[in-house]
Every structure is written in C-alpha cells, then in structure tokens.
Design a protein around this ligand. Structure first.
Ligand SMILES: Cc1cc2nc3c(=O)[nH]c(=O)nc-3n(C[C@H](O)[C@H](O)[C@H](O)COP(=O)(O)OP(=O)(O)OC[C@H]3O[C@@H](n4cnc5c(N)ncnc54)[C@H](O)[C@@H]3O)c2cc1C
Length: 389
C-alpha cells in the first residue's frame, strides 16, 4: 500500500484550491504566524469586525465543508463518489448555557436524522461537554458527590446524552463519543461504559468511546473494558487516537504538581498506541475499531495485519478515519484500494467554528512532521499538474 499517489489523493481539489492549501500549510510551518493569526482572529470576532472573506477562502474551506448542512452534504456526496464516507459535526464549541446545550443536542439529533438517510454517513459524533457543564465533568472525575443544582444539571446532561444514544439506536447510526482532557475523562468514560453495556447488546456496536493512547494508563483501561465486555456479553466500539491535548495536559500537571498522565515521549506514545491497536485487532469479535490517525505507520500496521490474516479490505469492523482537509493522501489512497474510510467533516457558521480552526492550525504547527509531509505532497501534485516549477 502506498500513500504517495497524489493524483488520487487530490482528485477533488482544483488547481486553485491546491495553491491555497500550499500557501496555508506554508504558513503553518511558521509557528509565530499561527500564534499571531489565532490571537488576531479571536480579537476580530470579539470586536465584531468583518473578516469573513479572508477566513472563508483560506482556513475555513480547507478544514470545514461549509457553513450550513445543505452545502456540507454536497461535499459529503463528492467524497462518497470516491468511496470516502463522512461523519458530520456542527463544530461550534464551548456551549456554556442550558440553552446552548439543548441547541447542541438538537444539532446531533439532526445529524443522526440525515445520516439515517445517507449510506455514506455511517457515524455521528458528540462531545460530552457540549451537553453538560465542564465543571461537573471535572467534579465527577475528582470523585466528588454532586448535590443540589449540580445534581439537577448533571441529570439534564445525562438525559441529553441518553436521548442521543436512543435515537442513534433507533436510526441505526453508530455514535462516537469524543475523548477530552484527563481531568474530565473519568466521568465521560463512566457514562460511555454504561451506554455500551445498555445499548451495544446486538451484533454490532453502536456506541463508541474514544481512547487516547498518549495516556500512560490507557492500555490497562482498554484491557479492563475488553475483559468486562466478554464477561457481561456486550460489544465495544473504540475510536483509537493518540490524543489532542498534549501541551495542555503537561502544563496542568506541572502547575498542579502531579505526575503527568501522558507518556514521556512520542516514542512511548507510539509503543502504547501499537499495543492498543494489536489488542483490539486480536479481539475483533468483541470490538469494532475506528482508527483516528494521520500516521502512515499506524495505518500500515493495520493493513499488514489484515493482509496477514487474509481478511477482506472492507472488513466491517475496521474503519480508518482522518480529518477533512488533512491527510488526504491516506484517506483517498486507502479508499481507492477498497478500505473503509471515513472523514470527520465539520461545518458551521465561520464565527462559531473559529476555535476549531485555530486548534487545527496549532496542531499542524506542533505535530512534528505533519505539515512538511502535507506540503511536500501538495507540491508534488502541483508539479505533476504542471502548475509549479
Ligand atoms: C478522526 C479523528 C478523530 C479524533 N478524535 C479525537 C478525540 O476525540 N480526542 C482527542 O483527544 N483527539 C482526537 N483526535 C486527534 C488525535 O488524538 C491526534 O492528536 C492527532 O490525530 C495526531 O495524531 P496522529 O496519530 O494522527 O499522528 P502522529 O503525528 O503520529 O502523532 C502525534 C501525536 O503524538 C502524541 N505526541 C506527540 N509528541 C509527543 C510527546 N513528546 N510525548 C508524548 N506524546 C506525544 C500526541 O498525541 C500528538 O497529537 C482525532 C483525530 C482524528 C484523525
């Protein structure tokens, strides 16, 4: 399997779009520009200044499908023609009011409804903290007993999550639960486990929890839930990722004076990730794997395993997933070879998705090797098309 077929990787991108992507990833290779750009974008929003056009035609269309669902579905359909599935997400973050949380619920239910009608949308997703106050996830993770208004607010959060899951079961669309910071995650895991015990009792898991293998304790956690699922007879859906909050986690650990929960090096994270991957692959009768990674070696590890076991490339229990606008060389080449590929496709009004876009820009700057790889591939394709000397 090769990922450097840029003709396949960028077949949906026009010359103009590729130029823009090239320019954008060049900016991402300069950390200070990303830092300044992020601060500037937030300031411009706060001051209510018009910034729509510049943002729309640079960062926004690279990482988001559109600002509304109808136009996003057109992108989903184009991806689908190349055997690439999608999962849509209204990417507005940080809902703090009860009204905002109800709005988040409405969006997820809407996404589930359209996913039901479209075979190329086999998953939907939610972030638990979009449905309940962050402080309560933190208190629960600390082991605090909730009382009074906290308890009522927590019940409402659980009610929203349950409503999503019941609807996902009804429409038979798999539902991913994102992983968040370690100081919130125990509460999320507890809820996710209960949901899997309750709803993943058919042949195919519907509820998927996310496991971040940059955490030192995740391999033993994974073993624990796999053991539990066998004992109790439920299926587990696992989105396996390395983890997105590296700097934040390490900074908080230093500030609060506890030992960081994160592996001490990238190498240690990779080792942990591979061990998790191997474990899930060896238990495919109990687990369904959703590999959320832009790492070629991790992807090849799964492909090699599938080859060795002589299982079909489109095995129903193995999904490869990348973010919209990133790692297209992996997504489109895998899809062309027949593997089950699914892109995370965010959408939403520009102003609301800015925090998501800033995170993407920062990730591209900080994840070593990612931006040079994207840049080289885009450059290769522009040269192949005779558009760059
Ligand atoms: C479809 C999809 C869904 C995702 N969902 C989530 C989610 O729900 N929650 C979440 O947290 N993340 C999520 N992510 C992001 C993911 O966790 C990674 O941050 C991102 O994909 C980069 O990792 P990689 O495997 O693609 O690439 P790589 O470049 O191989 O790995 C980079 C990652 O390695 C780890 N790392 C880097 N340096 C070090 C170091 N010095 N010490 C220890 N570890 C290090 C970090 O996790 C870093 O993000 C998702 C990613 C995708 C593609």
């Amino acid at each position: 399997m090769r990922f450097d077929d840029t003709k396949t990787a960028y077949s949906l991108r026009t010359d103009r779009e590729l130029y823009k992507a090239y320019f954008l990833f060049k900016i991402f290779s300069k950390q200070f520009l990303v830092y300044i750009g992020g601060k500037l974008a937030l300031l411009v929003i706060r001051l209510g200044l018009p910034f729509d056009s510049l943002f729309r035609h640079t960062v926004f269309y690279q990482f988001c499908a559109a600002d509304n669902q109808k136009d996003s579905l057109k992108k989903v359909n184009s991806l689908s023609k190349l055997n690439v599935n999608s999962y849509l997400h209204y990417a507005s973050e940080g809902q703090k009011t009860e009204r905002g949380m109800d709005e988040s619920l409405k969006r997820v239910l809407e996404t589930l409804t359209i996913s039901k009608l479209n075979d190329s949308l086999p998953f939907a997703v939610f972030k638990s903290t979009a449905f309940g106050p962050v402080e309560l996830f933190e208190k629960k993770t600390r082991g605090e007993k909730l009382i009074g208004e906290d308890l009522s607010a927590w019940s409402r959060a659980i009610e929203r999550i349950t409503q999503c899951c019941e609807f996902a079961i009804k429409v038979n669309v798999r539902l991913l639960i994102d992983a968040e910071e370690s100081w919130l995650q125990d509460a999320i895991d507890e809820v996710a486990l209960e949901l899997m015990q309750r709803y993943n009792i058919g042949k195919q898991p519907i509820i998927f929890n996310t496991i971040q293998m940059y955490r030192k304790d995740r391999l033993s956690y994974l073993k624990k839930i796999i053991h539990k699922s066998k004992k109790e007879g439920f299926q587990i859906g696992i989105k396996l990722v390395r983890g997105a909050y590296l700097e934040k986690e390490n900074e908080k650990a230093v500030k609060m004076g506890y030992s960081s929960p994160i592996c001490n090096s990238k190498k240690a994270t990779d080792k942990n990730f591979n061990a998790g991957l191997d474990l899930i692959l060896s238990k495919l009768n109990q687990c369904e794997l959703f590999l959320g990674s832009h790492n070629e070696e991790s992807t090849l590890r799964v492909i090699d395993w599938m080859n060795k076991k002589q299982i079909p490339v489109n095995h129903s229990r193995i999904w490869f997933s990348q973010l919209y606008g990133m790692a297209d060389h992996i997504s489109f080449n895998l899809a062309a070879a027949g593997y089950q590929v699914i892109k995370y496709v965010p959408y939403g009004p520009i102003k609301e998705v800015v925090p998501y876009l800033i995170r993407r820009a920062e990730e591209n700057t900080s994840v070593k090797g990612q931006t040079p790889r994207e840049l080289n591939l885009i450059k290769k394709e522009l040269v192949r098309r005779g558009k760059l000397g």
